[in-house]
Design a binder for this molecule. Sequence first.
Ligand code: ADP
Ligand code: MG
Length: 322
Amino acid sequence: MDEFELIRRYFTRSANKVSLGIGDDCALLSPRSGYELAVSTDMLVAGRHFFPDTDPEALGWKTLAVNLSDLAAMGAEPLAFTLALALPEANEDWLEKFSRGLFTCAEAHNCDLIGGDTTRGPLNLCVTIFGEVPQGRAILRSGARISDEVWVSGTLGDAALGLRMLQGFTVIDKATDCAAALHALQRPTPRIALGMALRGIATAMLDISDGLLGDLDHILSASEVGVVIQVDALPLSAYLTTQAEALRLQCTLAGGDDYELCFTAPASMHTQVELAARQSGIKVTHIGHITAVSTLALVNDNGAPYALPADLELKAYNHFAR
Ligand code: ADP
Ligand code: MG
């Protein structure tokens, strides 16, 4: 199987939402008038973002899902994506499963594969995604205002738990709990419908990929504000709720790969936020509020500073941290 046969067999499907898909030197996009194109790239590197023996079908899903999550975080609607692929070999079984997972995710979110590049090399998966958002209505990181409420979608920390389990750092007894943690790590659900429903409601938003504290910090810097987070309000899965405090905090505050949305909205929009969540079928939780002092403060139920366990070092993932 040569390069072109591989592309034809595993990655060529009809594209519905673009003027021209795979097969020429470029694809052609025609966004609706009055819309802006939202563009994002995310790369997954074997041994860095996933174990080389990861189930290829789950990997196909996740490769696209993490990119869709970036569109969700802007309030954008998926349009199309390209796939740059480096493969050590043309393994038919792997390609069959990988492309199945990729297209399952693509079809679930009505997003066309419109091109890419295929080369031999260490396993590396890179998607560039294109979405549409009405002119001027994208939700940026820079819009948070003092006294806005801070919200997150879904539950936090389950993916980090799954990773710890695969690394052998954490043992989970029950098979159903193991499966849930693995699912969170390998099959994140991009919160597209929620992101779109929050246009005109959320003032700032991002998706949580490197841990809540680290990612929230990006909103604080971009908006030049601070935040108070109520630690006991953080939404946890049933399993994490029962775990020791240090593990719980590590996973929810600094665990990566959640792909949940974190956003701010004025308190006057509280009911609209809940309505948007109900309409998109995704739970949201109010976890704190924006402040004028440019710090990130953790508090307990009574508003007193939350005493973190002394041996706990919370750090967001950073590839070039020293
Ligand atoms: P070029 O040499 O002009 O860059 P290629 O020979 O690399 O084109 O690719 C041929 C066509 O197949 C192009 O339309 C390209 O976008 C598409 N393509 C290549 N690799 C992939 C892939 N992994 N997934 C989807 N489309 C691909
Ligand atoms: Mg090429």
